[in-house]
Design a protein around this ligand. Sequence first.
Ligand code: NAD
Ligand code: UDP
Length: 354
Amino acid sequence: MTGSSQTSPANLGTVRVLLTGGAGYIGSHVALVLLERGDDVIVVDDFSNSSAEALRRVEQLTGKTVQVVEVDLADRAAADAALTDLEFDSVIHFAGLKAVGESVAQPSRYYRNNLMSTLNLLDIMREKDVRKFVFSSSATVYGTPAPGVARLDESQPIGRGVTNPYGWTKAMIEQIVTDVQRSWPELEAVLLRYFNPVGAHPSGQIGEDPSGVPNNLMPFVSQVAVGRREKVAVFGDQYDTPDGTGVRDYIHVMDLAEGHVAALRHLEPGVEAFNLGSGEGHSVLDVVRAYSEASGREIPYEIVAARAGDLATLIADPAKANERLDWRTTRSLAEACRDSWTWQSQNPNGFAGA
Ligand code: NAD
Ligand code: UDP
């Protein structure tokens, strides 16, 4: 992406963006894309699930500096102290806990962290009259779609059949943002419903670095490829899908990152939700095969019982984002596997090895 200093409705001028959770997987890639555009980036993170090394590498890759503030946004007094004197004109809110299983075991922690962070942030934004807000939501807000609905557009109901506290925090935050905007009409908010983010920056310098056993498919597959784990457990092969395994809409994290720039460009008073996905479905076995080809490694797998709460198929209808944000995915699953493998093979132990 190239930077531009001109401001016009169709063209986002340079911005000064606060990225909460900006040291994490998605935030670090968005930081990189914004810096490459010539924007200023401030990261606020408590590093509870990330490493400062990610931001050091973003600086190395871009030759730019990231202002970093370490704070727990769920702590109101600390958040006030940290943000009051910072200058920024927009916020992308990534900060939050995101492990579905953990959220079932520790619901209070998830609700407290994710909801309090957001409430504090929105209050502080209002006090500072910062009106531009992009929120990391998730396809999980669609819960359990009605039978026969596999491609989801934004008109689908939110919160119906959500099966875990993590998903509820996303649905609740969408409602909170909507209610806050009603009371503060100048707020310009976009809710980005991510489908399944995968891959890494093609340099292999930054990528997904889960702590403990990965919950998500691709980081698990990548750790099998690199020899950290023995085999992939495929959660069920009796779904009503072409090969019986679950089908998802995998989106390259660089496409996702570019979607955030498109969202910033789009902002206007109100709240608007957009799906960020490719519109294409791939099965678990498609991912295993694609990763095996990308890595040149055999990836052993075993079919095990289906995971509770999993759906057969979940694919985005990205038409609204394609049209209204003038954004679409351009990278394939094969490219995501290639870039993930570059990251994983160069950093077999993630940032911990640095
Ligand atoms: P991540 O865990 O890598 O990044 C989240 C960051 O937030 C971490 O750096 C963490 O340290 C920070 N954080 C958490 N609580 C905080 C707090 N109270 N104060 C300050 N910082 C805090 O996760 P990610 O994959 O980059 O996801 C970013 C956002 O996108 C999250 O909100 C997540 O729920 C959402 N999302 C992710 C996916 C996915 O598959 N990765 C899918 C849909 C939505
Ligand atoms: N999956 C799997 N084994 C794993 C992790 C995931 O078979 O170790 C499957 C899961 O059942 C789903 C797909 O891979 O069909 C994507 O799961 P993930 O947890 O990455 O994302 P989700 O769509 O559940 O948010």
